[in-house]
Design a protein around this ligand. Structure first.
Ligand SMILES: Cc1ncc(C[n+]2csc(CCOP(=O)(O)OP(=O)(O)O)c2C)c(N)n1
Length: 367
């Protein structure tokens, strides 16, 4: 096992003390011990690499850029076209949570990525080490020196369940008047039309929605769970909604919305009245350890309005939730609903697995 405090110390001893990245469940016990002032939470892994590049340009110090391996796709562009030896040759240290590592029996959405993670790094010319236990930390020195000397990106891979839990994962202070996601979703499913379509985001939102489908007789509407492709829920829904007469509801999270915020402009500008966007807003990445997002600094009413949503509905407490859901779903306008939810999910949630069947059921009756 890896002691995360020792890891912080080992990195510091090698001159690495600035952390930037997108939270990940594999790394959550490490992320919870990073000094807050030294941690910059990015919206997507490409932006994290970009921030790291900027940090190097101003300090000449190697930043640590953390991410889940599913975010490597986002990171590759700035890694290969800016930081790469053939361009600006900027040394960076990546810390990658390795979901789906061979024999780990991880969820389907992590398997393909897990299998190719090492090959990806090799193809990119990124030297890496696998950190399995404290004594492997002695190899960090060599890796960092290699990065500095050759002005190249290097990486540390960590498999799931390897980091010891030292601190309790910090939870944001709860506003007790907010509704729980599960309760909101239950009310939502009671109001949704038989033929409506739901596209739900990565993490607990899809899992709770799926659980509700298993537990209860709530059969109206058909779901497409975005178990991967975080941040792309709104555009999968846009691609569907522009080509179907069905009402399409997006169930998104604030981490997911921020990950590719730019793509929301297309939804606001181009979507028609059959497009309904719901933000399940807990101001954090709850599914991977409740690390904060900056969503509370954003005026979502102004933002949604500025990009073309005609209705903005806010749910801040449990009062009138049903009424607001009805109004939202029946409205003849392109609508954005901001639901402030508690940072709390049901435990022991099942995970959707039978994706081909889910897809077939969703596709049926699309026109
Ligand atoms: C590209 C990518 N980066 C990181 C992750 C890991 N991840 C899974 S869920 C999640 C948090 C999502 O946050 P939010 O959308 O606010 O939903 P919440 O977890 O709060 O319900 C993260 C970071 C991922 N799946 N894909």
């Amino acid at each position: 096992m890896i002691n995360p405090i020792k890891l912080i110390i080992s990195l510091k001893n090698n001159g690495v003390d600035q952390f930037v990245g997108v939270p990940d469940s594999v790394l959550k016990h490490f992320l919870s011990v990073i000094p807050e002032k030294k941690n910059f939470i990015s919206n997507n892994e490409g932006s994290a690499v970009a921030y790291g590049i900027g940090h190097y340009l101003s300090t000449k110090k190697l930043p640590l850029i953390y991410m889940q391996n599913s975010g490597l796709g986002n990171a590759i562009n700035p890694l290969i076209s800016i930081a790469h030896k053939k361009v600006y040759s900027i040394p960076l240290l990546l810390l990658i949570g390795w979901r789906g590592s061979p024999n780990s029996n991880d969820e389907p959405q992590h398997q393909a990525q897990g299998e190719v993670t090492k090959s990806f790094l090799k193809l990119l010319g990124i030297k890496f080490m696998i950190l399995n236990q404290d004594k492997d930390m002695s190899k960090i020195k060599n890796l960092v020196n290699y990065a500095k000397k050759n002005k190249k990106t290097v990486a540390i891979l960590i498999k799931n369940n390897k980091i010891k839990k030292i601190l309790k994962t910090k939870k944001k202070k709860e506003n007790k008047s907010y509704i729980k996601r599960f309760n909101f979703l239950e009310k939502f499913l009671k109001n949704i039309g038989k033929k409506d379509k739901i596209i739900s985001t990565t993490g607990y939102t899809s899992r709770e929605l799926y659980q509700l489908r298993l537990n209860k007789e709530l059969n109206n509407g058909k779901d497409f769970y975005m178990v991967g492709g975080m941040g792309h829920t709104s555009n999968v829904a846009l691609g569907y909604a522009l080509n179907s007469k069905r009402k399409v509801v997006v169930l998104d999270g604030d981490g997911s919305l921020l990950m590719h915020l730019g793509s929301m402009v297309n939804c606001g500008v181009l979507a028609k009245k059959n497009y309904k966007y719901v933000l399940l807003n807990n101001s954090c990445h709850e599914s991977v350890g409740s690390q904060k997002t900056l969503i509370d600094k954003v005026n979502l009413k102004k933002l949604s309005n500025a990009i073309g949503f005609e209705n903005y509905i806010e749910v801040k407490n449990r009062k009138d939730v049903d009424k607001k859901i009805k109004f939202f779903l029946r409205s003849n306008k392109k609508s954005f609903m901001n639901v402030k939810i508690m940072n709390e999910s049901k435990s022991h949630l099942k995970r959707p697995k039978n994706f081909l069947k889910i897809k077939e059921t969703f596709i049926k009756d699309s026109q």
